[in-house]
Every structure is written in structure tokens, then in C-alpha cells.
Design a protein around this ligand. Structure first.
Ligand SMILES: Cc1cc2nc3c(=O)[nH]c(=O)nc-3n(C[C@H](O)[C@H](O)[C@H](O)COP(=O)(O)OP(=O)(O)OC[C@H]3O[C@@H](n4cnc5c(N)ncnc54)[C@H](O)[C@@H]3O)c2cc1C
Length: 382
């Protein structure tokens, strides 16, 4: 008994819980789904296989994959399972200048590509529309570097994965993504049935710490560009730190927006997300925990341990123990606690306002027996 596209439409897309990761589109074995206006839409004939529902990150409690991924409960309730906590800095000044923090993500991926540990990395850059997230298949360190830096909106990283597999014939792909995107990449490999042609190509999952994303049109175009009169093309860097969004301009002084004033533009799925440190990744990377100009790295799995050690042999980054810097692990714990608390409050508010709740709160497993529902192509028999 599986849930299929029409359930995904009803449970996720219509109530606006879709994160636009493109996983359902990428794994559809008959290419019946397409991404339209950042959301999936049925364009072909659905065969009711249920792969799209099985891969969606928004139909399960973020912590529900813990046992499947790690085999044991987390060793830290707030930040999940990890083996090593480190503070990392890229050695190349050219990387440091383009990177968001210490350049750990870029240095790690470049090293792994150079030694052939991975044959592609799915990264998020921008193209013609300034700061609009565009997913790219990077096969060289130069392409990885071009996508360094944080974009505070989400792109369809799973479509990048599909492109890497179907057009570049890549088999050892690293995906870089926010906690929800990493959950999608895990579900792709763990759910039944699955599209192994796509999911088996994932070699490594690099998660980013995340306190939420903004919708490009609502926030960056309407607020930053139209209301605040800051042309997006004039922005050198956005940085969400210490409860404010700092906007560094290419020319002139930077601007700051307090987070409390712009929190309402944070995307709905992020407001109820309790996963700060990308708990399901092989390696998670953020800034909190380390001094400015460094990246904090949590190595969570054996695979993450191996990849990090192999990459380290190239000497592109320097590593110190997170325990030797301030605020260290405690900083990550505080970030995680804040996100878990505000997610719980947001869920309570949704309940009070009698809004549609995410399906995993209504049906905790997210995998309950499906009722047949009317589809625009007839009844889905499940
Ligand atoms: C939306 C968002 C919110 C974040 N919030 C926090 C936070 O609250 N606290 C914290 O400690 N860290 C946060 N981070 C992580 C932080 O901004 C840096 O990405 C991290 O510290 C790594 O820095 P770096 O210099 O090592 O990365 P870089 O070497 O600069 O590489 C960054 C990598 O991130 C990828 N990337 C950029 N934007 C996106 C995106 N939107 N989706 C998927 N991948 C992307 C790029 O492809 C690139 O490979 C957030 C990241 C994102 C995307």
C-alpha cells in the first residue's frame, strides 16, 4: 500500500509545504512530473508507483530516519549523531575570498573531485537573475568555486543529481544541501519502492546548518529590491548572522535587517523545521561554533570520516578541534535549540489557527495506508 502523486499534491504541494527540491520530479521513473513555478506538476501519465511520495522530505518527521541512517539514537539530542567536531579553514586565499565562511565546503569538494573520490558535486550558484539559486553539476574545482557562498533561497538540487546521472553519466556524486534537501537525498535511497538509477549515484551528503530560507520572489525581489531599493545586482554577499541579515554591497556601506523584522518572509516549511545542523548528512558544515572566517564541521558517518580524511591529504584546508575554539559545540547546541523551540511554537500557532498541518504531525509515520483519492486522470487505485 503506497501513497502516490495525488497524495503528494494534497499533503505537500497544495498546503504549501513543498520545498521545491525536485526530488519527486527527479525520481519519477516515467518522467510524468515536471517542475513548474518551483513546484512539481503532473504533465504525463502517473503510474502510481509511489516513488515521488517516498522520496519527499516533507511527509516525515525530520528525526524519523535516525535509526535507518545511523542504527542508534543520536549521541547528542540537539545536534544529532557525530563522530568529530572540527573548525576548518581553506588554505587558498582565492577560496577564502569567495566562500561564505571558512571555505570548508569548497575546499572539501574540490579535493574530492581532484582525487576522484567523487565525480561530480551538486552545488548551488546563481546565473542571470542575481541571487536566484541555480543548481549546477560541478565536475571541476573551478566550477565548485564558482558556486561558493550562501544563497538564502533553495534550488532544485535533486534535478542537478538527475542531470549528473542522465546527462553526465556520473556515478559518485556529492550533494550539498540544506537539512531538508539532505533528508530528501536520504529518503531517495531508503524508501521502497525507489529509483535506484538516480539514488545509487549519491556517494556523499554534505549538509549545511540552516535557520531557514527566504522565498526569492517574496523577499529578495519584493522586499530587498523593490521596498528597500537595493538592486540585487549590487549585492556582493548576504550573511545571516547574529540575528540579522547583513547585506554587503559591491560599493558603499553594508545594510542590516534585524531577523525579527524579516522572520515573516521565512518559507513556511522552514518555520516548522526543527533540523538545524543537517542531522542526516555524512558531514555537516556551518559557521556557528567557530570564530569568524572559519567553518564548523561535524563528521557524522564512517563515510564522512573517510571522505574528509582522503580530502585532507591534499592539504587544501587546515583543521583544528572545535573544542579549542569559542563558542564551540555549545554554539551549535544553542542554534539547534533555538530552531527546535521556534518550530514547536510555529506548529502550536498553526494548530491554534486551525491551519493545515504537515502530514507527519497528523499521521506520525507519514506512511499510513492510503485512501484512494480522485485524480484528474481518474481514480488512483492503491
Ligand atoms: C539557507 C541557509 C541558511 C544557513 N543558515 C545558517 C545558520 O543559521 N547558521 C550557520 O552556522 N550556518 C548557516 N548556513 C551555512 C553557512 O551559510 C555556510 O554555508 C557554511 O558555513 C559553509 O561555509 P563555507 O565557507 O564552508 O562554504 P562555501 O565554501 O562558501 O560553500 C558553500 C556551499 O554551499 C552551497 N550552497 C549555497 N547556497 C545554497 C543553498 N541555498 N542550498 C544548497 N546549497 C547551497 C554552495 O553550492 C557551496 O557549495 C546556512 C546556509 C544556507 C544555505
Amino acid at each position: 500500500m503506497v501513497k502516490v502523486w495525488q497524495h503528494l499534491l494534497k499533503d505537500v504541494v497544495t498546503p504549501d509545504y513543498c520545498i521545491g527540491c525536485g526530488s519527486c520530479v527527479a525520481t519519477c521513473p516515467v518522467q510524468a512530473l515536471e517542475r513548474v513555478n518551483e513546484k512539481p506538476a503532473l504533465k504525463g501519465v502517473c503510474i502510481n508507483c509511489g516513488i515521488c511520495y517516498g522520496t519527499c522530505p516533507e511527509v516525515v518527521d525530520p528525526s524519523s530516519l535516525q535509526t535507518q541512517v545511523f542504527g542508534t539514537p543520536p549521541n547528542d539530542e540537539l545536534i544529532g549523531t557525530y563522530k568529530h567536531a572540527l573548525s576548518v579553514e581553506a588554505n587558498d586565499p582565492g577560496v577564502k575570498i569567495r566562500a561564505q565562511d571558512g571555505g570548508a565546503v569548497t575546499a572539501l569538494l574540490s579535493s574530492l573531485l581532484e582525487i576522484g573520490y567523487i565525480d561530480a558535486a551538486i552545488v548551488t550558484g546563481t546565473a542571470e537573475a542575481p541571487w536566484y539559486p541555480v543548481v549546477r553539476v560541478a565536475t571541476t574545482p573551478k566550477e565548485v568555486l564558482e558556486c561558493a557562498g550562501t544563497k538564502y533561497s533553495r534550488g532544485p538540487i535533486s534535478l542537478g543529481l538527475r542531470e549528473a546521472v542522465n546527462m553526465y553519466y556520473r556515478k559518485k556524486v556529492a550533494v550539498v544541501g540544506t537539512p531538508c534537501q539532505i533528508i530528501a537525498s536520504r529518503r531517495m535511497g531508503l524508501s521502497t519502492p525507489r529509483n535506484e538509477h538516480i539514488s545509487d549515484a549519491i556517494k556523499l551528503r554534505v549538509g549545511l546548518f540552516c535557520s531557514g530560507v527566504f522565498k526569492y520572489e517574496d523577499f529578495f525581489k519584493n522586499i530587498v529590491e523593490k521596498s528597500l531599493q537595493i538592486p540585487l545586482a549590487s549585492v556582493n554577499k548576504f550573511d545571516l548572522k547574529n540575528e540579522k541579515l547583513i547585506i554587503y554591497l559591491k560599493h558603499g556601506p553594508s545594510r542590516e535587517l534585524p531577523l525579527r523584522e524579516i522572520r515573516k518572509y521565512i518559507d513556511l516549511p522552514c518555520r516548522i523545521c526543527s533540523n538545524f545542523s543537517a542531522e542526516m548528512a555524512d558531514i555537516s558544515i556551518g559557521y556557528v561554533g567557530s570564530p569568524a572566517g572559519r567553518s564548523t564541521v561535524l563528521i557524522r558517518t564512517e563515510l564522512g570520516e573517510e571522505a574528509f580524511a582522503e580530502a585532507g591529504k591534499l592539504g587544501k584546508f587546515s583543521v583544528i578541534d572545535l573544542a579549542s575554539v569559542q563558542p564551540g559545540l555549545e554554539g551549535i547546541r544553542q542554534g539547534a535549540l533555538k530552531k527546535k523551540t521556534s518550530a514547536a511554537q510555529a506548529i502550536e500557532a498553526l494548530r491554534r489557527e486551525k491551519k493545515v498541518l504537515p502530514v507527519w504531525l497528523e499521521q506520525p509515520s507519514g506512511e499510513t495506508i492510503a485512501e484512494p483519492i480522485e485524480s484528474d486522470k481518474g481514480i488512483c487505485h492503491i
